[in-house]
Design a protein around this ligand. Structure first.
Ligand SMILES: Nc1nc2c(ncn2[C@@H]2O[C@H](COP(=O)(O)OP(=O)(O)OP(=O)(O)O)[C@@H](O)[C@H]2O)c(=O)[nH]1
Length: 380
């Protein structure tokens, strides 16, 4: 479980998701013309949708084209994952330029979780690709109604590393601010960028992952952004230490909306979403964490929309990074060093119908139970 150059050399993958008509194609159209897209392969559903003719340098094959930005564009019929595999095979055979970044556009109704799972678990893909960022487009006009009506759109916003508020030209500032507040409540760590007609620097969408290829190092602070969970308005429980050995910063939407006195339908999908950071002062036993992760991913996997954490483990000097989407945990990564003097374990959660207390208490008690047996497992 050490960090090798291989991990840095894996192909950075960005997933673009967003509800139907929220501006994914417009965004890609804006991105494909930019400098900085050289060595990027883009997987889209249909070329026709994007209108690439003016950018086209040559057609490499029936479903792969080379654009004048140096970007390869691949049209995928059906399964994105087999598209990604095919692309890798073509790259290995030298049939297409050796791209070092991939952007995948999902269809508008897609639940992004299965794609993230495949990227995290598929035996070929995990050795060749690494998930760098999830970018979600949210329509400034219709976004709020879609969050009300479509649970997929809530999920798309909750798993994002970057949120693009598209069609920002079509709404006033108050509407933009209200939607931003709602999105920030769903997902405190993701920066929200207003976008007009897909005009955004491509660099803003990349490098949200743990690995920073520019420095060949890991940037845990940028990846975890646990401080974003600390400041969320006037939640009265914000700094409450509910347990002697651990505490959390909970962003409970019911509280939030109560304080801001928003009139809304109490059954809105995002009222079920909570985001919080749990901090453990005592080092954790790896065995306790694994047991906890197995129980929660099996029993409450659908509630764990996104989990990221840095763990201080008994018997390990260096921290270990963990990352999950619903019922799938990414293989843990041993980090070379702590990002700061704060060596406590911190885990950030975005959950559906699952609060911090049961998570914190169960992990705390499992840890205490393993402590009593005196057996320290080590991450594999
Ligand atoms: N005014 C304005 N219109 C936009 C903006 N972004 C997208 N649109 C328009 O919104 C419509 C839908 O945009 P698309 O880019 O096709 O959305 P999509 O998410 O790819 O749509 P699906 O593939 O159907 O899910 C198009 O008519 C775009 O021209 C924007 O920032 N401002």
């Amino acid at each position: 479980m050490t960090i090798s150059d291989e991990q840095f050399e894996r192909i950075a993958t960005t997933v673009i998701t967003g509800f139907l008509g929220s501006g994914k194609t417009t965004l890609l159209n804006g991105l494909l013309t930019q400098d900085g897209m050289e060595s990027t392969a883009v997987l889209i559903n249909e070329f026709g949708e994007i209108g690439l003719d003016h950018l086209l340098v040559r057609e490499v094959s029936e479903d792969v084209v080379l654009l004048n930005s140096g970007c390869i564009c691949c049209s995928v019929r059906g399964d994105l994952i087999s598209g990604l595999r095919d692309l890798f095979v073509k790259r290995t055979r030298g049939e297409i330029p050796a791209f070092d970044r991939v952007i995948i556009e999902t269809t508008g109704l897609a639940d992004p979780a299965p794609i993230l799972h495949t990227l995290m678990t598929d035996p070929l893909l995990t050795t060749k690709f690494r998930l760098d960022s999830v970018v979600t487009t949210v329509d400034a006009i219709h976004g709020s109604g879609q969050l009300d009506q479509h649970p997929e759109s809530v999920k798309q916003a909750a798993v994002a590393d970057r949120i693009l508020m598209t069609k920002s030209d079509l709404v006033d500032e108050a509407t933009r601010d209200a939607l931003s507040d709602r999105l920030r409540a769903l997902n405190p760590a993701a920066p929200i960028y207003p976008v007009v007609n897909g005009d955004i620097a491509v660099s803003k969408l990349f490098n949200a992952g743990l690995y920073d290829p520019a420095t060949k190092s890991m940037d845990v602070r940028k990846w975890l952004r646990d401080e974003a969970y600390d400041h969320h308005g006037d939640d009265p429980h914000e700094h409450e230490h509910e347990h002697a050995h651990s505490h959390d910063h909970d962003h409970d939407h019911h509280n939030e909306h109560h304080h801001h006195d928003h009139a809304h339908d109490v059954n809105r999908h995002d009222d079920h979403i909570r985001s919080f950071c749990i901090t453990f002062d005592e080092p954790l036993h790896w065995d306790a964490f694994v047991t906890w992760a197995e129980i929660f991913t099996q029993m409450r996997g659908e509630s764990l929309l996104r989990v990221k954490g840095i763990l201080n483990l008994v018997g390990e000097d260096a921290p270990v990074a963990i990352h999950a989407v619903q019922h799938i945990f990414h293989p843990p990564a041993s980090l070379p060093a702590w990002p700061s003097d704060d060596h406590r374990s911190k885990i950030v959660f975005i959950t559906k119908d699952l609060g911090p207390q049961v998570i914190r208490d169960s992990l705390y008690h499992l840890n205490a139970a393993v402590s009593e047996t005196g057996e320290d497992g080590k991450p594999a």
